[in-house]
Design a protein. Structure first.
Length: 140
């Protein structure tokens, strides 16, 4: 989906551009690679350290994130770049991609259900370790 809409990268690029960036030194991560690394981190739920390990170790991860063969970002580089993506920008990107998916028929609103309502409930906290394990020795 991202390949079909490269224009979302211009939204992300605005968060990543900073004053005082020099054109010398080592080549950094591309905007698309940073976004794809962020997606991979969110999908897998790993730490920046584990993400750096998997990116160095896994050809599949590297292929998804479009990293060059000689690019091995560390946890600090990943963290520093991913955290520069502002929540408002990510919201706009995901809304834009969502609308595009809806228009292309990738998402069917007749089959889509989302409920993120938070409600109060009368569930008591476990006060006994037997309540924490559903199949304890006493239940056998």
């Amino acid at each position: 989906m991202l390949d079909a809409h490269p224009e979302v990268l211009t939204l992300l690029e605005q968060d990543l551009l900073t004053d005082g960036v020099q054109s010398t030194g080592r080549k950094g991560l591309s905007v698309e690679s940073i976004f794809r690394c962020m997606l991979l981190k969110q999908i897998t739920g790993v730490s920046y350290e584990m993400l750096a390990f998997h990116l160095a170790d896994s050809a599949s991860y590297r292929s998804f994130t479009l990293l060059r063969w000689d690019c091995r970002p560390g946890k600090s580089a990943l963290s520093g770049n991913i955290r520069r993506l502002r929540p408002q920008t990510l919201k706009a990107v995901f809304e834009w991609l969502g609308v595009a998916a809806l228009e292309r028929g990738v998402i069917d609103m007749d089959c889509l259900r989302v409920d993120s309502t938070v409600v109060n409930s009368h569930i008591a906290s476990p006060s006994d370790n037997k309540l924490l394990t559903p199949f304890s020795a006493t239940n056998e």
